[in-house]
Design a protein. Sequence first.
Length: 643
Amino acid sequence: MAGVPWEESGLKQEIWAGSRRGFLKSLSGTALVLTLEDVLHLSRPAWGQAPVGGQAPAAGMSRPTYEAEAKAAPGGLKSAIAGTPLGLSFVDVAKESGLKATTIFGGEHKNRYLLETTGCGVAFYDYDQDDWLDIFLVNGWRLEGFPKGEEPMSYLFKNNRDGTFTDVSAKSGITRTGWGQGCCVGDYNNDGWNDLFISYYGQNALYRNKGDGTFEDVTKAAGLWQDRLRWNSGCAFLDYDKDGHLDLFVGNYIDFDLKTAPLPEDAGCAYKGITVACGPPGLEGGKNILYHNNGNGTFTDVSEKAGMYTTIGTYALSVAVGDLDGDGWPDIYVANDSTAATFYQNQKDGTFKDQAIEAGIAYSPDGKPQAGMGVSIGDFNRDGLLDIVKTNFAGDTDSLFLNLGDGTFEDHTYLSGLGINTRLLGWGVGFLDMDNDGWLDIMVSNGHVYPEVDGTHVDASYAENKYLYRNLRNGQFEDVTKVAGAGITDAAKARGCAFGDYDNDGDVDVVVNCVNAGPQLLRCDQVDAAKARSWIKIRTVGTKSNRTGIGTQLRVTAKVDAKADKPMMQLEEVRSGGSYYSQNDFRVHFGLDQAKKVDSVELRWPSGTVDVLKDLDVNKLYVIQEGGKILKAEALTGWKKKT
């Protein structure tokens, strides 16, 4: 973060130069005519970087990815829906909902060390299995410490099903304190209750859900106690060997010791002339950890033999898991700070191989490392392939990688329209279908890393607004930030954010963990035509597979209207972790536009079992057990909101 996000890489510059020449040559041999707006989308901003081309831009631009009826008119971002009313608004209801909490993290106005900058994650976590989302907020620490009895603990809020939450932190048993970082959820012991893992600078914590509203710290008993100080970061449960037991991946940021870490004034660390905390360039990067679940409530560290150590990238922050190469096995993508991203491709034999460079998702389009923060996975163009969005440092764009289906990706950032924003600093991020039209939109939570920028000449503030991008259904996005409500436009010192329908009204809400401030709870309020759009939610229960169903791939098909030639198809997976240090709702949400029925839901479980259910009702939550049994089919109507 504190380093230059676009530092030079000679080898990758050569590679980029070759692909750029090939791109320009390919254009010269075609009848493609670019408008001025097209050229701007293919070019870097004014600071002089090279134009974007991706792995195979000419092929990517002509790819028949999108449905014919949704193609844009000539001339850049024009489409049938661009500029039309959004039909929804995000409202911050944290205070009225009872989320009375303050996340403590580092100094409020000045940070001496990088440790004070990363902030914490958050989870939409249904810990009591009533299908109403509760909220877990990771908390942090300060350099000077706290008097005994006043240490800040993490918060667990129970959903009261009436728009409010009750603080149940004290009686929950989740009592670990310290420099909290990320969180992820999964039923590691297959007892039917989802458990909670929290990463720390220091000792991590695994809390076993006892099923009665309380938790037991089983970190040592489970074999997760670490023998040295680590800066643990993003995490995710996954069943990488498909044996029915959830394993655990934990990213590591920096091998950092306060006793030896440089002070900014001594090392001359600066950001645009302002003295700031040092790092990470020049500091020793941490090694990521993979724990194998032994099936008896314990884990074994298999990091080295699994290939976690032999990667180019380091300085791991966030992690996302998904079957990125379409071979039926979970892969791991890691957003790294100030260096190449890491793509751990599952080799199906208990090992992983970093294929980020080969896949085209290690660097920026011009071959430079980026300061990656958050990451999300989703099929934004509905071609049946999982794509990647990653947030980066201020002065850079965020990244959008389009899956080409052959093991490689194309950098689609500028072609998609996301390249128009470079000023803010992104953290939490998610693909979400905010308007239930069946196309994934993108939300980014922003906040500067240095509190010292406030009141200076720098064109930035510590608290920043969010970005919201509407999917134009043609491979492009429209920045609708300014018309999306105060929940989006109000400035916040955001870090982790999670996505889920906390009020069970059929749309996706957002919870945000901020630094040295209270959280945000962004309720999505649908208005106008969006009210009539349908949806379906699916929660998975494994039998042969892990009980949570993590890694299950879902394909939903539904006809938007009776006259449609073919139904629309959507793909998603059940996953742990993601965004920035956070955990989303396990209930997979699909917007269905005007569909009156779901033609089919196909579930491909990690065990290899395939279930297909047909003719399901819209606007319902389905709880589906491996084997095809419907355990619950419940209409969700939310509660009446006060206006």
